[in-house]
Design a protein around this ligand. Structure first.
Ligand code: CA
Length: 221
C-alpha cells in the first residue's frame, strides 16, 4: 500500500503539497511520530486526510464511523472537521496503536468526539445494527483488514443514512489490482469489492485516485 498519491512524479507530488496542504500542527506531529513506526505505511496520506475533512464539512456530517484506526490520523482529521457535537465511532483491535491515537486526540481537544471501540470491527458494527442505529450515520471510512472489506462495506451500508457517504481506502493497492500476476488474497479481495461496487445499484460511485485510491459510495434512498 502507498501513503502518498500514486502515479505522480515526486516533483509534482511535492508541488501539490506545497500549494494545497493545510495540515494542522497536531496532525503533522502525529504523522512525524507515526513515520518512525514499523507499520507507518498504514497511515493515510496528508492530502487524503484534508480531502476527507473537506467531504465531512461539505456534508455537514455529525455522526461518523471509522473502521481501522491505527495511530489515529484519519479519525483526528475527521474529528477536527466535525462540529462540537459531532461523533466518530472508531473501531480497532489494537490497544497499542490506538494508545498513540488517544494521545493526539487529547492534544487536539477532540477526544470527547471519538468513541473508540476496541474489538473486532464486525462485532462492533453488528452491535450498532442490533442497537437500532441503521440509517443514522452520515459518513464512514473503511481502512482495516482487506479480507473483511466486503463485510465492512455491507454493514456500513446499513448504518449509513440515505445520502450518506462511505469512503474505502487502498482500492488501487499500489497498482497491484491492475497486475494480473498478483493473486494474493488481499489483492483479490480488493479486486472483488471494486468489481462488486461497479455493479452495485444501491450507491452512486466514484473511485478517486488520491493516495492509494479512495472509493466514494453515496447510499441511495
Ligand atoms: Ca489505508
Amino acid at each position: 500500500m502507498s501513503n502518498k498519491t500514486l502515479g505522480l512524479s515526486d516533483r509534482l507530488y511535492n508541488y501539490l503539497l506545497s500549494v494545497s496542504l493545510r495540515e494542522p500542527d497536531v496532525l503533522r506531529e502525529l504523522r512525524q511520530e507515526t513515520a518512525t513506526h514499523p507499520m507507518s505505511q498504514m497511515q493515510i496520506a496528508p492530502e487524503q486526510g484534508q480531502f476527507m475533512a473537506l467531504l465531512v464539512q461539505l456534508m455537514g456530517a455529525k455522526k461518523t464511523l471509522e473502521v481501522g484506526v491505527f495511530t489515529g490520523y484519519s479519525s483526528l482529521a475527521v474529528a477536527l472537521a466535525l462540529p462540537p457535537d459531532g461523533k466518530v465511532i472508531a473501531c480497532d483491535v489494537s490497544e497499542e496503536y490506538t494508545a498513540i491515537a488517544r494521545r493526539y486526540w487529547e492534544a487536539a481537544g477532540v477526544a470527547h468526539k471519538i468513541d473508540l471501540r476496541i474489538a473486532p470491527a464486525l462485532e462492533t458494527l453488528d452491535s450498532l445494527i442490533a442497537a437500532g442505529q441503521i440509517n443514522t450515520f452520515d459518513f464512514a471510512f473503511i481502512d482495516a483488514d482487506k479480507s473483511n472489506y466486503e463485510n465492512y462495506y455491507e454493514r456500513s451500508l446499513q448504518l449509513i443514512r440515505p445520502g450518506g457517504l462511505i469512503s474505502i481506502d487502498n482500492v488501487l493497492w499500489s497498482g497491484d489490482v491492475a497486475d494480473p500476476a498478483v493473486t494474493d488474497n488481499r489483492t483479490e479481495k480488493i479486486r472483488a469489492l471494486n468489481q462488486k461496487l461497479h455493479q452495485d445499484k444501491r450507491i452512486t460511485l466514484s473511485l478517486v485516485p488520491i493516495a492509494d485510491g479512495l472509493t466514494l459510495a453515496v447510499k441511495h434512498s
